[in-house]
Design a protein around this ligand. Sequence first.
Ligand SMILES: Nc1ncnc2c1ncn2[C@@H]1O[C@H](COP(=O)(O)OP(=O)(O)OP(=O)(O)O)[C@@H](O)[C@H]1O
Length: 371
Amino acid sequence: MFVNNIHLQHYRNYSQLELNSFGPVNLLIGQNAQGKTNLVEAIYVLALTKSHRTAKDKELISFDGSSTYLSSSVSKKYGDVRLELAISPQGKKAKINGLEQRKLSNFIGSLNVVMFAPEDLEIVKGTPGVRRRFLDMEIGQVAPGYLYHLQQYQKVLIQRNNLLKQAWGKDLASIQIMLEIWNEQLVEHGVKIVRKRKQFIKKLQRWAEEIHHGITGGGEELKLSYVPSFGEPGEEDEAVLLERFMLKLSQMRDQEIRRGMTLAGPHRDDLAFAINGKEVHTYGSQGQQRTTALSLKLAEIELIHEEIGEYPVLLLDDVLSELDPYRQTQLIETFQSKVQTFITATGIESLNAGRLKEASIYHVRAGHVEF
Ligand SMILES: Nc1ncnc2c1ncn2[C@@H]1O[C@H](COP(=O)(O)OP(=O)(O)OP(=O)(O)O)[C@@H](O)[C@H]1O
């Protein structure tokens, strides 16, 4: 997959930007706060319709604009696609080859990206919510239907929580029928989500273990595991999961009413990392946590390739200079020939430039880019 060009209007600090003919490796060089991250973020937004660093879409619109427009032509195995995305306070409109998409979920996945940015360390170090968001964003790119179940699940969850909040002190019979209706819908969508996540982690595990092994010179064994709020970690059978989730909800009913919230389901699950049998979140050094995040991202590239038959575009925001020369080389050599890459850095000196001979270099200054 190859991003040929990009056109931005009123996107962050770019009032107008038109860049054509990107290369296989693209270096975006500039001082702090010039717009390097904004540019790779724009490519990410074209892939996922959401930013990796904010949930508030209005932050993407230039301070002096009322809406923003992004477009790009992407070469894929089966031909070129033109992607357009407009974001305004009223919402988002997405087009593929000029055709407006009724659902954003039909647009997501047209361009596949893997972003590695400093905040990705939070996937290892941060709260379970960060890891769930990671899983949802990544699975959403490759599994059609996943985002639909996620949206439906979130809707049911809000309704169910509202019911539970009102239930405290009331006669149980008055809410039982409604609760059963919500339970059924919660379980239906929840099981689809949990099953996909487990399958995704299993596949990711294979690649991550191999890559981590390579990066650490064979010294460390990385394991990924799903931490479910119902049933056993390895269970994937849909009927079994349905039964386990239902059972858990009935066991927790009184507690849920007391606390006014749903206490089991994919919104309470987690992803755990262990190196040589020890939890990285708790026992890992800073370096091990960083390497775990890197292995995870590199594994994603291979996983996307396995799932869709072509490599995603790799976005490396401010992370290459953080890696020692050995790891930089490892990263660049693994992907230079097969994965289109965008790299941001404040200076070329910090990079293992010898390995980046073929790179196209762009200078970014105050919302302007020079080739
Ligand atoms: N909605 C917006 N409208 C206009 N400017 C914005 C908007 N959001 C952010 N900016 C500006 O964009 C600039 C930051 O750009 P960006 O995050 O891409 O920096 P960078 O070049 O990657 O720098 P660093 O090397 O520090 O990471 C800041 O000057 C910020 O004020």
